[in-house]
Every structure is written in structure tokens, then in C-alpha cells.
Design a protein around this ligand. Structure first.
Ligand SMILES: Cc1cc2nc3c(=O)[nH]c(=O)nc-3n(C[C@H](O)[C@H](O)[C@H](O)COP(=O)(O)OP(=O)(O)OC[C@H]3O[C@@H](n4cnc5c(N)ncnc54)[C@H](O)[C@@H]3O)c2cc1C
Length: 317
């Protein structure tokens, strides 16, 4: 019998989040998935019970399954038995959430709505074609949903009472999972932009695709990822997956450096709340400059070229 009591009433569909945890830490978008599910969550993974503390002020009811490793196939069956009475099961669209969600949907024999930006009782809106369009699905029955990290902005600064935790004692199913041979640190050049702690963004003020490539070199040397405005992705200099904004990726880095970006609301709405922001622009009055901790009035192309030289040790100093 399930230890997680369903909350369904005839009028309001019940919701619960399922959030995979590694080493006691929530993934990107974990707290948002919990908030979207009304504060009810099953945490699963190594340090699941410890991770509950980081949901203070967000979660109201937590069930925690402490289990080693990352085994989405072996977890899906037991988790499905726990949450099978819930109408909507919400996972973060983090890499681990995207791995677990389809397995859970298959076990529950229900549709998966991936990359949602809004979850309502009767409809789920998803970003499609790399964020270039949105698609609203009517939800007429139980479903599994992954929620795009960053769309509600909840989580990073949550505070309040730590939620009570019910520990689940479940057995992993006999299912084949990929064997983890080694875990490498993420490559800043290719990692999911939503999870990047440092981002260098390039806009229309950059003069060529070659300059953008030079910006990417500078970013790699600084251990940062590269993002872009829609003007740049529309020009085809970088793929849509690198576009920051309302119709791109929603990010929440600690550090954001903007080169030749005006700061249109469709871009800044996807920026989260960076701890530090540096802007390089020839226009001292553009919105991006007023948002910055450090505003540099200069040609962004010259600054990028100079940084590339400095970081490559070619200044001859
Ligand atoms: C429905 C809709 C959705 C959208 N979604 C997104 C989205 O998700 N993400 C997004 O980014 N945009 C989005 N946009 C587009 C958005 O409105 C802006 O047009 C776009 O963000 C502007 O990009 P930009 O700052 O690179 O270009 P611009 O606004 O053209 O700004 C270029 C900046 O570069 C500066 N500059 C010029 N030359 C130099 C130089 N040599 N050195 C330094 N600075 C220089 C200029 O002063 C200016 O501030 C969307 C628009 C719509 C209508």
C-alpha cells in the first residue's frame, strides 16, 4: 500500500512533485516543481532526507526515499506505486528529472508533457521548437509533467520552517539502469545553460560570428558558459539552446557578463537574479547598463579581443 495519501477531490486534481536528489542537493528547478505541486513532494536519491531542509518555506509535506546512486529505471516502479493515485505528477526538467520522468510516465501508463512553463489544473503550456513557440495542452486526465527550471523563480531564496519528513522504506525494482563508470565535471561549453553558474552573454553589439566564437573562448577560459540574445540566435551564430529569455532558456547564474546587449525585457526576464552582473556597451543609458554592478562603456568587440589575448597570455607583459 502507498505511504503517500492522494489529495484528490472531485473538482481539483491532486498534484505531487517527484524530485531526484544527488548528495543531499536539489537539482535546478527542484523547488519550483515542489511549489507547482502545492508543496507536496517525494524526494528520491542519495541524501533525500537531508535535501528536505532546503525546501523550507516551499514544501508542506515531504516523503523521502534515501537510496544510493542514480537509478531512474529501478526507481520508477516503486515511485509509481507511491504516486499512482495523484492526478498530476510534476518533476523538474533538470537532466535527472528529464531522465526519470518518461520512465515514471511509462510505469503509470500516462502521457508525459515535457518542458512545461505553466501547469494549470486543466491545461499545461510547454515551450516547443527550442522555445520559439508555446503549445497549450488540454489535460483531461492523469499526466506526468516536467517543469522548465527558472520559469517561476521560486527556490533559491526560500526561507521558513523546515517541512516535516516521512521517510519511505522502498525497494528498488529489478530493472536495468546505465552503469556509472565515472562522473566528470560538466563541460561549460556544452552544459545545460539553465544550470550554468557563470554566463557570458553576447548580443547584436558583437560584430561577427567569429567574434562570438572569440567570446566563447573567453568564457571557456573563465570556466563560464556562453549565452546569447534572440538577435544572435536568429542570425544563426549559435543554436537556440543558447538563447536566454522568455522564448529561450531561463537561467539563474551567480555571474552574468553581457557584451553588446541592450537589455530588452524579453531577454532580462529570463535572467533570474544573478549575484553579480557586468555589462559592456557603447550606450551608457541602455537598460542592461542600469542593471549592472559594473557598467563598462566601451566597444564590446575590443573588450572581447583584449580579454582573449590576456587569457591566452599573448599580451607580452
Ligand atoms: C515575442 C518575443 C519574444 C522574444 N524573446 C526573446 C528572448 O527569449 N531572448 C532575447 O534575447 N530576445 C527576445 N526577443 C527579442 C528582444 O525583444 C530584443 O529584440 C533582443 O533581446 C535584443 O537583442 P540585443 O540586445 O542583442 O540587440 P539590440 O537590442 O539591437 O541591442 C544591441 C546593443 O548593443 C549595443 N552595441 C552596439 N554596438 C556595440 C559595440 N560595438 N560595443 C558594445 N555595445 C554595442 C547597443 O548600444 C545596444 O545596446 C523577443 C521578442 C519578441 C517580440
Amino acid at each position: 500500500m502507498s505511504a503517500v495519501p492522494a489529495r484528490s477531490t472531485s473538482d481539483v486534481p491532486s498534484r505531487i512533485a517527484v524530485v531526484p536528489v544527488r548528495a543531499g542537493a536539489l537539482p535546478a528547478g527542484g523547488a519550483e516543481a515542489v511549489a507547482e505541486a502545492g508543496g507536496r513532494v517525494v524526494l528520491v536519491g542519495e541524501g533525500a532526507t537531508d535535501a528536505a531542509a532546503s525546501l523550507a518555506g516551499v514544501a508542506t509535506e515531504v516523503w523521502a526515499w534515501d537510496t544510493p546512486g542514480y537509478l531512474p529505471a529501478a526507481w520508477a516502479g516503486p515511485l509509481a506505486a507511491e504516486v499512482g493515485d495523484e492526478d498530476l505528477v510534476v518533476l523538474p526538467a533538470s537532466p535527472d528529472g528529464r531522465d526519470l520522468a518518461p520512465r515514471l510516465a511509462a510505469e503509470l501508463a500516462r502521457p508525459l508533457l515535457a518542458g512545461a512553463i505553466e501547469v494549470r489544473d486543466d491545461s499545461v503550456t510547454c515551450a516547443v521548437h527550442g522555445g520559439a513557440a508555446t503549445c497549450r495542452h488540454h489535460v483531461g486526465g492523469p499526466a506526468v509533467v516536467t517543469l522548465q527550471p527558472g520559469v517561476t523563480g521560486i527556490g533559491a531564496h526560500a526561507h521558513g520552517d523546515a517541512p516535516a519528513v516521512t521517510v519511505l522504506d522502498l525497494q528498488t525494482a529489478d530493472a536495468r539502469d546505465a552503469q556509472v563508470v565515472e562522473v566528470h565535471a560538466p563541460d561549460v561549453a556544452t552544459m545545460d545553460l539553465a544550470e550554468a553558474p557563470r554566463i557570458l552573454g553576447g548580443g547584436a553589439g558583437l560584430d561577427s560570428p567569429e567574434r562570438f566564437a572569440q567570446l566563447a573562448q573567453v568564457a571557456t577560459a573563465l570556466g563560464a558558459s556562453t549565452g546569447a540574445t534572440r538577435v544572435v540566435t536568429d542570425r544563426g551564430w549559435v543554436p537556440h539552446t543558447r538563447q536566454i529569455g522568455t522564448t529561450g532558456v531561463v537561467v539563474d547564474p551567480q555571474l552574468y557578463l553581457a557584451f553588446g546587449i541592450s537589455g530588452a525585457v524579453q531577454h532580462t526576464a529570463g535572467l533570474g537574479d544573478p549575484d553579480h552582473m557586468v555589462t559592456v556597451n557603447t550606450d551608457p543609458h541602455c537598460p542592461m547598463m542600469s542593471m549592472a554592478d559594473l557598467a563598462v562603456v566601451a566597444d564590446a568587440n575590443e573588450v572581447v579581443a583584449e580579454l582573449a589575448k590576456l587569457l591566452a597570455g599573448e599580451t607580452g607583459q
